[in-house]
Design a protein around this ligand. Structure first.
Ligand code: NAD
Ligand code: LMR
Length: 342
């Protein structure tokens, strides 16, 4: 009969099955703000990584359900939930990478700096706990305003005597993801090939895509450069306005943050060819923090790619000078916040 003669070949069905090969080394990742708009899809994407053995989810509320839900995905990472300040230390012990998307998002009409009053304190408290419990971890700061929250994190870590500038990253991957998407669309390029470095910071004119360094190299008219640059700089606002009061980018941000986590884990795993743009302590310009491409290795930032700043077009060189005062002020505001509280 059909039943007896037909034995279907059953292959295990996994999303991204090719990524689920067993790995020699695996890592523990914590997400702080894990029940939020970014935190939930980011948790899902990290749960799918074969490089992750444990996923620690922390929030001030609603994280139990998120963790129960994610834990049913049949991928290797073990999911644990932690609620409120009293469970934060346990969440952080032994983790290799801490991702921080905790804090409030923008509504239409707001700048990222308008979030400072609430998010500065949230980031300060969370990074204090990171300093106490996993000072050796890579720290990925997503909470806005990134141009100030990264300097805040640095000052907190310095006060605690554990600052390692090579392991503190402001996540600007979304700017690169957007630049790649918009350039590929405009120039009809295959998405997989496109890579546009984005430097400076992560707010308005401090976001500076270097279209002259785009790969594969493409020629842009002056009008195209202007339009693309403005669109990349305002892409966050584009989403805030489309969401009309319900928040800012969460899904594309989770995608971008997951890419940055995966790159960091590959670096920790010994891959010697990991480059990402990130807002880090930097000597590339006179500003103490600056986003550029960096080479990431087992110990964090191994080098900043200085070549990207050479041979800029006039448009890029002017835009670079124009962004410096705003970026400098945002950095100083972050530093002053921590010192005021001390
Ligand atoms: P959301 O409000 O949906 O989620 C934020 C989460 O943080 C909530 O679950 C909330 O409970 C939690 N939270 C608040 N205070 C906390 C604390 N003290 N400890 C732990 N968790 C706490 O917001 P969202 O859309 O996920 O955005 C989060 C942040 O990310 C915002 O500041 C937003 O501006 C920023 N963001 C940055 C980028 C970037 O490119 N770097 C992109 C998008 C959004
Ligand atoms: C973004 O670029 O989407 C984020 O920084 C969120 C925002 O407020 O625009």
């Amino acid at each position: 009969s059909l039943q007896a003669s037909f034995v279907p070949k059953i292959r295990p069905k996994q999303v991204f099955a090719n990524q689920l090969q067993p790995r020699a080394s695996t890592f523990k990742v914590a997400v702080l703000g894990a029940a939020g708009g970014i935190g939930q899809p980011l948790g899902l994407l990290i749960k799918m990584s074969p490089l992750v053995s444990a996923l620690h989810l922390y929030d001030i509320a609603n994280v139990k359900g998120v963790a129960a839900d994610l834990s049913h995905c049949n991928t290797p990472a073990k999911v644990l939930d932690f609620t409120g300040q009293s469970e934060l230390a346990n969440c952080l012990k032994g983790v290799d990478v801490v991702v921080i998307p905790a804090g409030v998002p923008r509504k239409p009409g707001m700048t990222r700096d308008d979030l400072f009053n609430i998010n500065a304190g949230i980031v300060k408290t969370l990074v204090e706990a990171v300093a106490d419990n996993c000072p050796d971890a890579f720290i990925h700061i997503i909470s806005n305003p990134v141009n100030s929250t990264v300097p805040i994190a640095a000052e907190v870590l310095k006060q605690k005597g554990v600052y390692n500038p090579k392991k503190l990253f402001g996540v600007t991957t979304l700017d690169v993801v957007r630049a790649n998407a918009f350039v590929a669309q405009r120039k009809n390029l295959k998405l997989i090939d496109v890579d546009v470095p984005v430097i400076g910071g992560h707010a308005g004119i401090t976001i500076l895509p270097l279209l002259s360094k785009a790969r594969p190299s493409a020629t842009f008219t002056e009008e195209e450069v202007e339009k693309l640059t403005l669109r990349i700089q305002n892409a966050g606002t584009e989403v805030v306005e489309a969401k009309a009061g319900s928040g800012s980018a969460t899904l594309s941000m989770a995608y971008a943050a997951a890419r940055f986590v995966e790159s960091s884990l590959r670096a920790l795993d010994g891959d010697g060819d990991v480059y990402e743009c990130s807002f880090v302590e930097s000597e590339l310009t006179e500003l103490p923090f600056f986003a550029s491409r960096v080479k990431i290795g087992k110990k964090g930032v191994e080098a900043v790619v200085s070549a990207d700043l050479q041979g800029l077009t006039d448009y890029e060189a002017k835009a670079l000078e124009a962004l410096k005062p705003e970026l400098k002020a945002s950095i100083e505001k972050g530093v002053a916040f921590v010192h005021k509280q001390a």
